[in-house]
Design a protein around this ligand. Structure first.
Ligand SMILES: Nc1ncnc2c1ncn2[C@@H]1O[C@H](COP(=O)(O)OP(=O)(O)OC[C@H]2O[C@@H]([n+]3cccc(C(=O)O)c3)[C@H](O)[C@@H]2O)[C@@H](O)[C@H]1O
Ligand SMILES: Nc1ncnc2c1ncn2[C@@H]1O[C@H](COP(=O)(O)OP(=O)(O)OP(=O)(O)O)[C@@H](O)[C@H]1O
Ligand SMILES: [Mg+2]
Length: 281
């Protein structure tokens, strides 16, 4: 393994092989233990898109809540599954199917379109015109706002689906879907997440769903792999410490360096970034 790959592999805690039952148990226990340490936390909140990651984490969150309600005197724990479409979602049925599979304590739908459009209009009036790409980030940040509002009302914490196969390329909106209180899937790469979905008997079409952010109106359902220029297979191999082609290696490292700032807290004089995208390896 090249030295930078070794360093990154150590940072992201991806195991070369997993046992889905053990990972499932550990993730649920992590969520339960966290909640048990804080008297005020009574719920988990997560946006459900119909994609692989939120289907998996939503299911695990509901399993954790069900166990908490059995084990903790007084119970009353809830999982709030939020559908957050921008108007009508392209793959709406998948989101509906995911909620049906998860069977959350509470499910709600909040249309983010009016707020996003108002935000775009206000910025435009002030002389800042967003491109279609930037409007995508606006959508992700509006979803973040909705989830934090619900968490505040429901004495909850916001879950995030960030995991190594996404974090390594920084393929999320900073302080949008990148913002969360707990990221329980951390440690799993994309294929391992899918293994857990299969272990948990998720509907096949959701476990096999092509990963997409679906944020751009001009490029509906654009796949992550097309946007990134590298396959999840290569990213997963890289994270498991396997060899990847030179081209894939360069693409992954390029994204990794460019997005280091997203994985860190805001910088100050005493804490500067470890990597810049202009630096040679
Ligand atoms: N070197 C640096 N040091 C400190 N801060 C830096 C910086 N470079 C940029 N920044 C800041 O970061 C901002 C850019 O970051 P950001 O706003 O995130 O925007 P950006 O990384 O340009 O775009 C987000 C990407 O994530 C993808 N995404 C978003 C949401 C969900 C999903 C999904 O898979 O579901 C994917 C989306 O398709 C797009 O490709 C800049 O405007 C600047 O404020
Ligand atoms: N339309 C949506 N409705 C509700 N939540 C959403 C929506 N789109 C994105 N999100 C939230 O943003 C998170 C990040 O999106 P991302 O696309 O990475 O994950 P995913 O859709 O769950 O899975 P995949 O990566 O396989 O597409 C989602 O897990 C979900 O919590
Ligand atoms: Mg998605």
């Amino acid at each position: 393994m090249r030295p930078l790959q070794k360093e990154i592999v150590e940072q992201f805690n991806v195991k070369p092989e997993i046992d889905p039952a053990t990972e499932t148990r550990e993730i649920i226990d992590f969520m339960k233990d966290y909640v048990k340490n804080y008297t005020f936390i009574k719920s988990f909140v997560l946006g459900i898109s119909g994609g692989q990651d939120s289907t998996l984490l939503g299911k695990l969150a509901q399993m954790a809540v069900d166990e908490l309600n059995e084990e903790v005197e007084g119970g009353g724990y809830e999982f709030h599954a939020l559908r957050l479409p921008y108007g009508k979602q392209n793959d709406e049925q998948d989101a509906i199917d995911a909620v049906e599979y998860i069977q959350p304590t509470v499910s709600a739908t909040i249309d983010i379109q009016p707020n996003v459009n108002q935000s775009i209009a206000s910025l435009k009036e002030a002389g800042y015109e967003l491109t279609d790409f930037l409007e995508g980030n606006e959508k992700a940040r509006e979803r973040m706002k909705a989830q934090y509002a619900v968490a505040a009302v429901a004495d909850g914490v916001v879950l995030g689906t960030d995991h190594p196969a996404e974090a390594i390329t920084g393929f999320y909106t900073k302080f949008g879907d990148g913002a969360a209180d707990l990221v329980p899937l951390f440690g799993l790469n994309k294929r391992q997440g899918k293994m857990l979905l299969e272990y948990l008997e998720a509907p096949e079409h959701l476990a096999n769903k092509v990963p997409t952010a679906d944020l751009e109106d001009d490029k509906p359902m654009l796949s992550d792999e097309e946007a990134l220029g590298v396959s999840y297979k290569a990213i997963d191999d890289f994270l498991e410490g396997r060899e990847v082609s030179d081209e894939d290696y360069e693409t992954i490292i390029g994204w990794f360096k460019k997005t280091q700032h997203k994985r860190d807290l805001p910088y100050h004089r005493y804490n500067k970034p470890a990597y810049g995208d202009k630096q040679e390896e």
